[in-house]
Design a protein around this ligand. Structure first.
Ligand code: MN3
Length: 240
């Protein structure tokens, strides 16, 4: 697609109004406790964004959001389907020599799909703050909300190469924990359920912020949807 057509399409998309709040993302979260990652046939599927592409401006510009969602997240979904297919094909053909390669690819692409799906719902265009049970848990595990902010901000800014800053809840220990994820799948703590994820891959910010990752992370804080984080926290606690 040339740039002219891309911009025209983007404007049309950008003009679309905010989708209903009961989008498939939060619907899936509410009904099953899980984000909707697959379609009716069980294939990994990219769901619609829960808002228009201009909704997060100026913190996140429309062009970045369009490219990020459509191509970075979208292509990861396609690739995860292929990876899984290739593992099955290898088993069918009794060719287990290649499963090592496709298993690693699946881990990378499916983790990307999972984290991006959470990421879109973690953002909104108005300021919110943690309250209620979530705030109590934050104070128990980190002291204050400001200390948590400092920790997740520092962790996100400090990722080596591409990756994520993640706040998660660990049902087994009943604690919130901060993780610094490299790529999409490295440095996890098994069993932790991510409730807030911050994408610090260069594709998240390079068009608008260039090399200034720290500025991007700082500008993301005012648009974090703490209501969505609280909803995720409540679901994660039920699982525990
Ligand atoms: Mn990304």
């Amino acid at each position: 697609m040339d740039r002219k057509i891309f911009l025209k399409n983007s404007l049309v998309l950008g003009a679309a109004s905010l989708l209903p709040t009961n989008s498939v993302f939060s619907q899936g979260l509410k009904e099953s406790g899980m984000d909707k990652l697959t379609d009716a046939e069980g294939n990994f599927a990219l769901q619609s964004l829960p808002y228009s592409e201009t909704f997060l401006e100026p913190s996140m510009d429309q062009e970045t959001l369009h490219l990020h969602y459509t191509f970075h997240h979208g292509d990861a979904v396609k690739a995860a389907n292929k990876d899984l297919q290739m593992v099955r094909k290898a088993l069918d053909e009794n060719n287990v020599e290649v499963v090592d390669y496709w298993t690693k690819k699946l881990s990378y692409h499916l983790s990307s799909h999972i984290l991006h799906t959470i990421f879109w719902t973690n953002l909104t265009n108005k300021k919110t703050d943690p309250k209620g049970e979530l705030l109590k848990q934050i104070e128990k595990d980190f002291g204050t909300y400001d200390k948590l902010k400092l920790l997740i901000s520092k962790t996100s800014k400090g990722v080596d190469g591409n990756g994520w800053g993640i706040l998660g809840y660990h049902p087994s220990t009943q604690k919130l924990t901060i993780m610094q994820c490299e790529n999409h799948e490295k440095l996890t703590q098994w069993g932790v359920i991510p409730i807030l994820v911050i994408d610090v891959w260069e594709h998240s910010y390079y068009l608008k912020y260039r090399n200034r990752r720290a500025e991007f992370v700082d500008n993301l804080f005012p648009i974090i949807n703490w209501d969505n984080v609280a909803e995720r926290f409540a679901v994660a606690k039920k699982i525990g």
